[in-house]
Design a protein around this ligand. Structure first.
Ligand code: CMC
Length: 428
């Protein structure tokens, strides 16, 4: 017999169904609670609320487990390519050789961006943040493909939009960077793979050919895979929420990019390097900055530490720490910021404050260091996260649409004035 939760409210008892996932996670289904009792539940920041059921990503924060469609992240990061993982997330299964070849071909063929869109870049000041530009450009794609405005069309049309997004986002991201440098844009190369193509669009100059270092390509491939999905995080939930109104996919992804931008989410990788630079400029006294982070009257927090769901360790951080070491060694990087980063890492392992609160370096702590080492400018770090997260956002959106989920519309508990009469302006 399935489990039932009993809840007592104002002396009356109510029974609610308990649902269980494939990994034995349990939830009390409160969908009918308001209808039965007049009560809603309150959970600011959704710390204990499941917004959906999902078959995409399994995450066990207590035990540091992350799996995409059942496959451990460690195996995927070690053995798969980013596009293979993108296919897995979006379509549910690892692709066969023929499926992957078809997927890659389609994405390669859609990497070009309409020439008219190049003019948009000219209108932005050179110091415009590339995340703002990227979100606008992705939303603008909807005006170039008006047929995409109706999101729930046939599978072929849906897939075309999905492939266009995967293909064009790196081109637009690279152009946002080139625009900030006022350098000429590089066009995509159809003979490069996804990662190499992006690096070439970013780094090649008319005066200087770019040859990607295989260690850098491998680290970037891993980083993109590790960022590819993270179940119902802030940006994925935003994509699902916006998509639930049946806004088009470009608009939904654009909203996801904007949600990712914040320093408490994807913006943390940029914030990590800015923090390390600040500590360095201030004389490199790590003890002083750790004391500030621990001081409740000081708003300073150590960026790249802590996580809402990982309360033991971040499995992505373990893989990426190794890739980080490989990149630093291969490129022979000596950087005073790295010494500061290592000292902070040490605090996380030894200091009581960090241990008691389970504050460990998260994926953004190491990803920022890798990006810096390979020459990606700080403002582009969150853009890199967006390139990685795109398949996850698409998979979340597709699942929500395929399952016919209702429009997202939370309740609230109103705490403002009760009814009062209008007072004319001369009497206020
Ligand atoms: N530095 C110092 N203290 C911290 C930090 C930090 N980075 N993070 C959490 N704490 C303390 C916090 O003050 C609180 O202490 P107390 O219990 O004494 O009041 C305790 O740890 C719990 O913190 P919380 O804010 O309740 O935890 P949360 O789950 O709401 O927040 C977080 C998670 C990631 C927003 C937070 O840890 C943080 O702000 N970290 C820095 C930003 C960051 O690195 N974000 C990237 C997250 S990984 C990328 C992604 O998946 O988006």
């Amino acid at each position: 017999m399935s489990e039932i939760a009993k809840i007592e409210l104002e002396g009356k008892s109510y029974e609610l169904p308990v649902i269980e996932g494939t990994e034995q996670e349990k939830a009390v289904d409160i969908t009918k609670l308001r209808g039965m009792s007049g009560f809603v539940t309150l959970d600011s920041g959704y710390k204990n609320t499941g917004s959906t059921t999902s078959a995409i990503t399994f995450l066990d924060g207590e035990n540091g487990i992350l799996r995409y469609r059942g496959y451990p992240i460690e195996q995927l990061a070690e053995k798969a390519s980013f596009l293979e993982v993108a296919y897995l997330l979006i379509y549910g299964e690892l692709p066969t050789t023929a499926q992957l070849a078809g997927f890659k071909k389609s994405i390669t063929e859609h990497t070009l961006v309409h020439e008219d869109m190049k003019h948009f870049f000219e209108a932005y000041p050179s110091n415009a943040h590339p995340m703002g530009i990227l979100a606008s450009m992705i939303c603008s794609l909807s005006s170039f493909y008006p047929d995409s405005l109706t999101p729930n069309r046939d599978e072929a049309a849906k897939n075309l939009t999905i492939h266009r997004l995967l293909a064009k986002l790196p081109t637009l991201a690279a152009w946002a960077y080139k625009n900030s440098m006022r350098h000429p844009f590089n066009y995509p190369h159809n003979d490069h793979d996804y990662v190499k193509n992006f690096l070439q669009m970013i780094f090649e100059l008319p005066s200087q050919k770019y040859e990607a270092n295989p260690v850098v390509v491998s680290a970037l491939n891993k980083l993109l895979i590790l960022h590819a999905d993270h179940e119902q995080n802030c940006s994925a939930s935003t994509v699902r929420m916006v998509g639930s109104s049946h806004a088009n996919l470009y608009a939904s992804i654009s909203a996801g990019i904007l949600a990712l931008w914040g320093p408490l989410h994807g913006g943390a990788n940029q914030a990590v390097i800015e923090m390390l630079e600040k500590i360095h400029k201030d004389g490199g006294d790590v003890d002083k900055w750790v004391a500030k982070a621990k001081d409740k009257d000081d708003p300073f927090r150590l960026m790249g530490f802590g996580h809402r769901v990982y309360k033991n360790f971040d499995p992505r951080a373990i893989i990426i720490k190794k890739a980080c070491d490989d990149v630093l060694q291969a490129l022979n990087i000596q950087d005073p910021l790295l010494d500061i980063a290592k000292k902070l890492e040490q605090y996380a392992l030894e200091d009581e404050y960090f241990k008691a609160r389970n504050l460990y370096p998260n994926v953004d702590f190491y990803s920022g260091i890798i990006y810096k080492a390979i020459g990606i400018p700080t403002e582009m770090f969150t853009v890199m996260f967006a390139i990685g997260r795109l398949p996850g956002w698409i998979a979340q959106w597709k699942e929500m649409m395929d399952n016919g989920e209702p429009i997202g519309r939370p309740r609230q508990i109103y705490t403002g004035y009760t009814s009062r009469d209008y007072v004319s302006i001369d009497k206020r």
